[in-house]
Design a protein around this ligand. Structure first.
Ligand code: FES
Ligand code: FES
Length: 158
């Protein structure tokens, strides 16, 4: 049997531990070991952004990162954003502006936007499109996603 390694990560504020093969990706660890299936896996080669999570507050492609590399880090997945029944403002914005259709890209999009708005509270359309350029959507044509980011920024400024 292949060697397994202990990985200890704080995920959405909760300590999590697993014994994983050295080559298990963070995405697979989140999904298979901890049941956090909101981390979607599409291309598995860093191209689509569906697997984006926040690692110590910064977006990473969890399909390209080994779970053991994340040991000791703080990870935020889409499951960690809502406050009980209350959606995170960026989730609410996607809902209000119809920023999703099938929803496959949405967790990665939302987490990327959360980071963008922390860095740039009132982004221009160009900044929004640039920030989202690594997150592919097969459904929406991006128009409503960009609108959602503007909606969330305006809501935060109220
Ligand atoms: S699944 Fe990770 S970038 Fe596509
Ligand atoms: S909503 Fe379907 S891929 Fe983006």
């Amino acid at each position: 049997m292949a060697s397994r390694y202990v990985v200890s990560v704080t995920v959405n504020g909760e300590p999590r531990t697993a014994q994983v093969p050295a080559r298990m990706s963070l995405a697979d660890c989140l999904r298979e070991e901890w049941g956090l299936t909101g981390c979607h896996v599409g291309c598995e080669q860093g191209a689509c952004g569906a697997c984006t999570v926040l690692l110590d507050g910064r977006p990473v492609r969890s399909c390209l990162m080994l779970a053991v590399q994340a040991s000791g880090a703080q990870v935020t997945t889409i499951e960690g954003l809502a406050d009980g029944e209350r959606l995170h403002p960026v989730q609410e914005a996607f809902w209000e502006c119809h920023g999703l259709q099938c929803g496959f890209c949405t967790p990665g999009m939302v987490l990327t936007v959360v980071h963008l708005l922390e860095q740039v509270p009132a982004p221009t359309e160009t900044q929004i499109r640039r920030a989202l350029s690594g997150n592919l959507c097969m459904c929406t044509g991006y128009q409503n996603i960009v609108r959602a980011v503007g909606w969330a920024a305006a809501r935060a400024a109220e």
